[in-house]
Design a binder for this molecule. Structure first.
Ligand SMILES: CCCCCCCCCCCCCCCC(=O)SCCNC(=O)CCNC(=O)[C@H](O)C(C)(C)COP(=O)(O)OP(=O)(O)OC[C@H]1O[C@@H](n2cnc3c(N)ncnc32)[C@H](O)[C@@H]1OP(=O)(O)O
Length: 226
């Protein structure tokens, strides 16, 4: 069994060349991301009174100030990222620095991307189950990971999701993504969501088409490059 994955702070980095300062900053970003995730989940589930909620909101605005003093623009990539090394700290699905990300932890096992995550109450759609758009987000990521890992990166041009059964919150999940067909510029991939306890019962599946970006499109979208 062969496995491949990337992680920003435990040495499994893309190029292994991060300086101590970058590693330290990534660890701090992870710390903040973890705190934000806890906050997001608690904020979506707290039954505290209005006074406590207002107090927390004021405190949060206060601590945001120093961070907001130095921010990047849309045109700048995060200095802690390593695009070619596969490290994106703020990816909204897998980024350990993102409060939005569950985060999904994924690795390639024998050509299939296998991911795990648990969705908290902040991702609720129908009561006690995940929002369907969140499932689509997770699957788009798994399929995109699979196409990139197969050496055929591209952008999603079509994603078809089939919701067979609701995805339970606060339950460890198992996600998969695999490339099923490589055409000239198009790659087709398929992915699934199941619970970790019952991986053979597919709750949601998706098929996606990804298109390799032509150099002129790269220039049009990102100028000299993202
Ligand atoms: C260990 C290894 C670790 C690796 C570690 C990686 C980890 C990291 C994982 C991150 C995973 C993130 C995964 C998220 C991926 C997004 O979410 S991407 C964001 C969402 N997608 C977009 O915004 C794309 C929007 N679309 C576009 O900008 C343009 O369509 C594109 C993609 C630039 C292509 O434009 P274009 O070059 O002008 O394309 P065009 O020549 O018109 O069409 C090319 C082909 O595609 C076909 N096509 C175009 N549109 C469609 C369509 N809607 N349906 C079907 N076919 C279509 C055309 O028919 C044509 O096919 P052929 O005629 O050649 O057979």
């Amino acid at each position: 069994m062969t496995k491949r994955s990337y992680h920003p702070t435990d040495g499994r980095t893309g190029n292994g060349a991060a300086s101590d300062a970058i590693r330290e900053r990534r660890a701090a970003i992870e710390d903040l991301g973890a705190a934000l995730r806890t906050l997001l989940q608690v904020s979506a589930s707290t039954e505290a009174g209005a006074d406590e909620i207002r107090l927390a909101a004021a405190e949060l605005r206060r601590v945001t100030g120093p961070l907001a003093a130095s921010v990047r623009t849309r045109a700048q990539q995060p200095s802690a990222d390593d695009l070619l090394g596969g490290i994106r700290m703020y990816n909204p699905v897998s980024g350990t620095g993102s409060g939005l990300a569950p985060p999904v932890d994924a690795e390639v096992v024998d050509g299939v991307v296998v991911g795990t995550c648990t969705l908290g109450l902040a991702y609720e759609g129908p009561p006690t189950y995940a929002h369907g758009g969140v499932s689509a987000l997770l699957l788009d990521h798994m399929l995109g990971y699979a196409t990139t890992a197969s050496g055929h990166p591209g952008m999603t041009v079509e994603l078809t999701t089939r919701y067979r059964a609701p995805v339970p919150l606060q339950t460890p999940l198992r996600l998969t993504g695999r490339v099923t067909e490589v055409l000239t510029r198009k790659v087709i991939a398929h992915g699934t969501i199941a619970t970790a306890a019952d991986p053979d019962t597919v709750l949601v599946e998706a098929t996606g088409t990804f298109v390799a970006i032509r150099p002129e499109k790269v220039r049009a979208l990102w100028g000299s490059g993202p």
